[in-house]
Design a protein around this ligand. Structure first.
Ligand code: NZQ
Ligand code: ZN
Length: 389
């Protein structure tokens, strides 16, 4: 571990098929008025809403509801939530849903009592709330595995007017105080959403893995998580009600992006940067924007970090090294990734997401981050996008 770091994660996790039974006790330390936020209604048809309301009642909470958080939550919706949280003077925000709802809750928690332009301050300038600014505590009941939002500070908001989808990673004050992780709550997900979540997890791991050439414990942990995810994804695609597979996927998702596997090493988040720019233009499902661009991106940068790609082929995909030079092995790993994307039913190009030639120039406005095997230029991003069409 060549890097120096601090690791602290304050989120308490309750995991398992009865995890919701802990919700009443988890809510107890917080104030009496709870803003209950959720998405478009899936929690009302799968029984999760009833479980949550029961726990809130048992905890003696007064509930203010804020439904309608859309996938890829917008700035306009954020402003609506802030106004409600402030007007009702809520003490706590309980997010019930996937990454969109949990990200949204953190955004409202940070912005409701911020006196100014929250978009500019938090998402553009990436400031933290001042120490004396009121920040609302957040809790999460997760219904979709993928983003890791249940145990991190990420809050991705889309500004539809500016065609910008930006993630702000808040510090520990905004991380969920607790998260309820019941894998059975994910059973009602449409298969395409399950698959999008699975690819999101894979991408989070790869984006921390494909960087640097030092020997780091983080890389070995990442390889284990990827191997587990591949096995479980195949089982879950065959039988979405496979509890063992769905529980492994949920736990892998949490560990893929709670910053643990990125500690002590450089990282390359370009697939997410490009994916988010695609999302801003198309509103496509997050995980599919990543699978659509990954094969083209990794083929483009492969020669700059060939040894890691060869290791990926061998360790993650069990491709024998015998008789292959490093380049052939490295290529075989990316081919295996692409074959798996197709096998599980994710998308392997971006035109199917609605990306057209005329959007490409705009999408190259994607933020370019360092840390990867190659520092991308705008022209490089354009080449990757053309190859991914
Ligand atoms: O709104 P409802 O009706 O609940 O339906 C949702 C939504 O349509 C549905 N769904 C969720 N759980 C369900 C269910 N349907 C049936 N049964 C269930 N149990 O699934 C759809 C997608 O939900 P969403 O929350 O949008 O998905 P996801 O968890 O993939 O979150 C995506 C958002 O998270 C951001 C993405 O950019 C995107 O905005 N991300 C957040 C990150 C973070 N906090 O660190 C990192 C990620 O890389 C990502 O960028
Ligand atoms: Zn993601």
């Amino acid at each position: 571990m060549l890097g120096n770091f601090v690791y602290y994660n304050p989120t308490k996790l309750y995991f398992g098929d009865e995890a919701q039974k802990n919700l009443t006790a988890a809510l107890a330390p917080f104030g009496p008025k709870v803003l209950l936020t959720y998405g478009g209604g899936s929690i009302k048809t799968n029984g999760v809403y009833d479980d949550v309301i029961k726990a809130l009642q048992e905890a003696g909470k007064e509930v203010v509801e804020l439904p309608g958080v859309m996938p890829n939550p917008t700035l306009a919706k954020l402003e609506e939530g802030c106004a409600l949280a402030k007007a009702q003077n809520v003490d706590f925000i309980l997010a019930v849903g996937g990454g969109s709802t949990i990200d949204y809750a953190k955004g409202v928690a940070a912005s409701a009592w911020y006196d100014g332009d929250a978009w500019q301050n938090f998402w553009i300038e990436k400031n933290e709330p001042a120490a004396d600014q009121r920040v609302l505590p957040v809790g999460a009941v997760l219904t979709m595995a993928g983003t890791g939002s249940e145990m991190n500070g990420g809050s991705v908001i889309t500004n539809t007017e500016q065609k910008l989808k930006i993630g702000k990673v808040f510090g520990s004050r905004l991380m969920p105080k607790f998260a309820i992780l019941n894998p059975k709550y994910t059973f009602s997900l449409p298969v395409t959403q399950m698959v999008a979540g699975i690819y999101d997890i894979m991408s989070h791991i790869m984006e921390q893995y494909f960087s640097g050439d030092d020997d780091s414990t983080s890389n070995y942990v990442a390889e284990g998580l990827m191997r587990s995810l591949i096995v479980s994804s195949r089982a879950a695609v065959k039988n979405p009600q496979d509890y063992e597979a769905r529980s492994n996927i949920m736990w892998t998702a949490t560990w893929a992006l709670n910053t643990f596997i990125g500690k002590g090493k450089t990282q390359d988040w370009m697939v997410h940067m490009i994916g988010q720019a695609i999302g801003a233009y198309t509103n496509a499902t997050h995980g599919l924007t990543l699978s659509g661009v990954s094969p083209a991106y990794y083929r483009f940068i492969m020669k700059f970090g060939q040894a890691r790609f060869a290791r990926f082929a061998q360790v993650v995909w069990d491709i024998p090294a015998e008789g292959k030079d490093e380049e052939t092995l490295a290529k075989a790993g990316i081919d295996a990734l692409e074959a798996w994307i197709k096998e599980i039913g994710a998308v392997a190009n971006i035109s199917v997401l609605g990306v057209t030639e005329d959007m490409l120039e705009g999408i190259t406005a994607a933020t370019v981050l360092g840390g990867g095997y190659k520092l991308m230029t705008k022209a490089d991003v354009l080449t990757v996008l053309k190859n991914a069409l």
